[in-house]
Ligand binder design. Sequence first.
Ligand code: B12
Length: 223
Amino acid sequence: MEKSLILDNLANAVITGKKDLARDNARAVIDNNIDPLEALEQGISKGMLTVGEKFESGESYLPELIMAADVFKVAMEILKPAIEANQTDIKKSGTLLLATVKGDVHNLGKNIVATVMETHGFEVVDLGVDQPTLDIIDAAQANQADVIGLSAVMTTTMPYQKELIDTLQELKIREQFIVLVGGGPINQQWADEIGADGYGETAMDAVNIATQKINAKKAAVAL
Ligand code: B12
């Protein structure tokens, strides 16, 4: 089967809620040696965008969102081991404290960031979803995290990313952590506005930006 067809099928499986179609095409990704991260971004995640648009326009409802999430998970179960198999050999790059912010229970994107960061040498402490600001900060300190990664998938929960950065500042510990923000509605402009250290559109961006910022911090300390 052609790669573009497999990716289209994955997107359609999410849009139409078909688990078998997702399973078969996720297996086809493995069998055809397609990059599992590409299948994730250009297949199942792309399908999620359409699902979101249909929900927003009133063409579909909550059950469709739930079904899409279930299909997404079925495909991820097959793709995740393939992503992990591409593990890079690098030594420990740093510790990431990851959470979805308060009021937000979306975790599919956050979980991908966790997997991809882990396969690139990061130790990941995943606090889960709907996490209050102070709990995230406590956990970051307790785990001596280098990076705090904040996922916010709704416009209504984006302000909690700002709240966390403001709170770090008030506690005079802003410099202790590199703060990365991500999630559907997040962009570079928002990251700049709230004073985040970086924004990642994809999980691979998270790896690249975290690595770059940690290296820059180490170089600054060495000076
Ligand atoms: C699936 C889904 C659900 C599922 C979530 C299941 C789960 N386990 O996560 C369920 C059904 C539970 C759900 C519930 C709701 N949802 Co919903 N949901 C979605 C949907 C369709 C897809 C989200 C998703 O998983 N995308 C796929 C992942 C892979 O993408 P991602 O999250 O963007 O992550 C990628 C990047 O952003 C990045 N990234 C993510 N996090 C981070 C973090 C860092 C640090 C970095 C660097 C990068 C990064 O990397 C990821 C991989 O590339 C979106 C629409 C959309 N397209 O976003 C709506 C959407 C987010 N939901 C919406 C709504 C309204 C709701 C509900 C309120 C519905 C309701 N009436 O109950 C509830 C809210 C519950 C709550 N309090 O959180 C709205 C939000 C509108 C807004 N205000 O912004 C959206 C946008 C749909 C819409 N267009 O209207 N939802």
